[in-house]
Design a protein around this ligand. Sequence first.
Ligand SMILES: *Cc1c(COP(=O)(O)O)cnc(C)c1O
Length: 396
Amino acid sequence: MYKVDDRGYYGKFGGAYIPELLHPCVEELRRNYEKIISQKDFQKEFEQLLADYVGRPTPLYFAKRFSDHYQANIYFKREDLCHTGAHKVNNTIGQILLAQRLGKKRIIAETGAGQHGVATATVCALMGVDCIVYMGEKDIERQAPNVKRMKMLGAEVRPALSGSKTLKDATNEAIRDWINNPDNTHYIIGSVVGPHPYPEMVAKFQSVISKEIKKQLLEKTGNENPDIIVACVGGGSNAAGAFYHYLNEENTRLVAVEAAGLGIHSGETAATSVIGSEGIIHGSRTLLMQTSDGQIVEPYSISAGLDYPGIGPLHAHLISSGRAEAISVTDEEALRAAYFLSRKEGIIPALESAHAFAAMEQMDYEKGDTVVLNLSGRGDKDLATYSKYFEKFNEK
Ligand SMILES: *Cc1c(COP(=O)(O)O)cnc(C)c1O
């Protein structure tokens, strides 16, 4: 019911709205990906790398002090313990194996904050293939540590100089590159966005998260279904992975947490499902933030990974059909949650993940509910931001 249909739609969202010149590339992928990823040798290699290289399964951790505080049984899914520090590598491992089987020797990617660029550069180094990462010139300045990581890993970082010199411009450059190099190049998209088949393909690679949650929760509690699963949504890949095997378990509530930035109606926000409307972005029909004449509104969040003007079509469908609940969390609420989690459990979360944890303050739940919070990444990359607020949140 929530799975993609043959034409690439989740309800009315999704599809492949692409320029004609891109059609052969996307069509080649669409025709081949399901066959390839369902092959035994593909699955074997994927699972082996997830185990020995990424470090899966990641733990499902019962957070005792957190649970006492909120009067619920709270588990953290520890994607922060993945190699490279977040869930994004689950997808790039899957796509690099797919690219090899499609005979593609050259990889391109777009990145905003640089996390997806690092995850892509990592798997390209692992497989010994060329890697070109497009990144807005402004983001190259703002995200210097990740640029250095990509270069250390052997990737070429190409600046996007047009428009606002940020993620959407980097995406345009990557698409242009793909059109010019259709035969030898695979484009690794970093979230459940883009034209069909990307949203479903990325969701499938990330679905290892909920596959593991089911098994681990059954072992720990005797029931594989929690009452609630909570995850943050930028494009929506960690949430898609955490929700995937629960989509048809209607007794498990799915909570998608967006970045409200300075406030939903402040003009500085990324709360797409609240202030967005239907339109087309990066090749799919979905909810996005746009002006009345259809120009994309620049999003804002303190968290670079949530700073995206759309959400993936799966999430647009889940939220508009009522299957998932959307919650918006401001910069300040996320910062407070990051300090709280660090002091309560000894875990410094990524700013993105801190948004999911802050949702505990607004969400309806019953005392004693079992809640899984998806801890999508670790906070090392955000220490410079966190330390600016030390005085403000330095409380017991
Ligand atoms: C990139 C990123 C996100 C947001 O991307 P999704 O596709 O929505 O998951 C969330 N958390 C972390 C740690 C990230 O690096």
